[in-house]
Ligand binder design. Structure first.
Ligand code: ATP
Length: 326
C-alpha cells in the first residue's frame, strides 16, 4: 500500500488530497496519513497543504524497499525487500534471514556496509549513499557442486542490466567481476549453506559502484564507478529493479537446463580476457595461460603454450591481465 501511494504521488504533478487517495486505495484518510508519515520517515519530502493535499517534493536517489518495489517487474526476485540504512554486510543479513526460514527471492539492500566482504576474506569498500550493496536469497534444488554456476548467472545478469541502464560497453572478468573501461565496477560474492547432497540456500552478494565519486588509494588503480566513467548519475532503484528482472530470467533458465550451456556463448561475448594471455594466480603460485572461454559448468578453459588445455575452477584462483587488473 505504501508503495502504491508513493507511486501515485510520483505520477501526479499536482496535489493529491487525502480524500482522493483514500478513495483510490479504499482505506481511511487516517490510514493514508499513516503511510505518508512512514514515507517521510524514510526520507521522502512530502508537502501537505490544507485543503489541497499531498505533493512529493523531491525524489532523492533512494533505494528503500518502496522505491525498488514500485519499479520491479520481476515476478519473485526482489519482490520482498529488507532495507538497511547501515549494516555490517548484506550477505550477513541474508544469512540471518535464511536461517529464520525466509523465502527465496528476498533481497537485502543497504545504503552503507561497515564490513562489506570480498572473496577469501577480503573486504569490499561500501561507503554510504552512492553504491548499491545488496544480497539475494536463493534456495535452488540443485546439487551443491552447481552453486558456483549461480555466480556466472549473476555476473551475466548484472552485465545485461548495467548495459541497459548505462548504454555503455560492459565486460566480465571471469568469474565474478563486472568491468567498465578496464576497471572493476561491480563484484559478486556467492556464499552457500549446504550438506553433501543438498543446498540449504545460496546468498548472492553484489556490490556495484554506481555513483561513487572516489575510491581509497589502495584500490584506485582497479576500481571505478558508473558515474566516474560516464559523468552521469544512475537511478539506483531502477538499476536494482532491472537486475531483478534480468537475474530471474537467466536463473530460471539455469534451473530448467541444469547447466550453463544456454548462456555460454553470450557470457563469452562479454568476457574481457578471451583469446588473450592471463595470469592465473593461486596463493603465491602464478601461471600464464591463454583464456579460451568457459565450459557448460562455468569453469574457465585455458590453453598452455603447447596447446593443451586445462580447466580452471573458480574457487581458489584470481585471474589477472599480464600487465594489470585486466
Ligand atoms: P580477483 O580479481 O583477485 O579474483 P575478486 O574478484 O575475487 O578478486 P573480490 O573478492 O570479489 O575480488 O573483491 C575484493 C577485492 O576487490 C578487494 O581485495 C579489493 O581489491 C577490491 N575492492 C574492494 N572494494 C571495492 C570496490 N568498492 N570496488 C572495486 N573493487 C573493490
Amino acid at each position: 500500500m505504501k508503495t502504491e501511494i508513493l507511486k501515485a504521488l510520483k505520477n501526479s504533478d499536482t496535489y493529491l488530497s487525502g480524500e482522493q487517495l483514500s478513495q483510490k486505495f479504499g482505506v481511511s484518510r487516517t490510514a493514508i496519513w499513516k503511510y505518508i508519515k512512514q514515507l517521510r520517515e524514510e526520507g521522502y519530502e512530502i508537502e501537505s497543504v490544507t485543503r489541497r493535499g499531498y505533493r512529493l517534493l523531491q525524489t532523492a536517489d533512494r533505494i528503500t524497499a518502496s522505491e525498488i518495489l514500485s519499479r520491479n517487474q520481476a515476478s519473485w526476485v526482489g519482490k520482498s525487500i529488507e532495507y538497511f540504512e547501515v549494516t555490517d554486510s548484506t550477505n550477513q543479513r541474508i544469512y540471518d534471514f535464511a536461517e529464520k526460514g525466509r523465502e527465496e527471492g528476498l533481497l537485502a539492500v543497504a545504503e552503507e556496509q561497515t564490513g562489506g566482504k570480498g572473496r577469501r576474506g577480503r573486504s569490499w569498500v561500501s561507503p554510504p549513499g552512492t553504491g548499491i550493496w545488496m544480497s539475494l536469497l536463493l534456495r535452488p534444488k540443485v546439487e551443491p557442486q552447481k552453486a558456483s554456476m549461480v555466480t556466472i548467472v549473476a555476473a551475466l545478469a548484472m552485465t545485461k542490466a548495467m548495459e541497459k541502464i548505462t548504454g555503455m560497453e560492459i565486460r566480465i572478468k571471469w568469474p565474478n567481476d563486472v568491468v567498465l573501461n578496464g576497471k572493476k565496477v561491480c563484484g559478486i560474492l556467492t556464499e552457500m549453506s549446504a550438506e553433501l547432497e543438498e543446498i540449504h540456500y545460496i546468498i548472492v552478494g553484489i556490490g556495484i559502484n554506481a555513483n561513487t565519486e572516489s575510491f581509497p588509494e589502495d584500490i584506485q588503480d582497479r576500481a571505478t564507478s558508473i558515474y566516474l566513467e560516464s559523468g552521469k548519475k544512475v537511478e539506483r532503484a531502477a538499476f536494482i529493479a532491472e537486475f531483478c528482472v534480468q537475474f530471474e530470467q537467466y536463473y530460471e533458465r539455469f534451473l530448467e537446463m541444469g547447466n550453463l550451456a544456454f548462456l555460454k556463448e553470450e557470457y563469452e561475448s562479454y568476457l574481457i580476457n578471451i583469446g588473450r594471455e592471463v595470469k592465473i594466480i593461486k596463493k603465491k603460485e602464478e601461471r600464464v595461460r591463454k583464456a579460451l572461454g568457459i565450459n557448460e559448468l562455468g569453469e574457465l578453459i585455458v590453453a598452455k603454450s603447447d596447446g593443451t588445455t586445462e580447466i580452471i575452477f573458480s574457487g581458489e584462483v584470481s585471474v589477472r591481465g599480464l600487465y594489470g587488473y585486466v
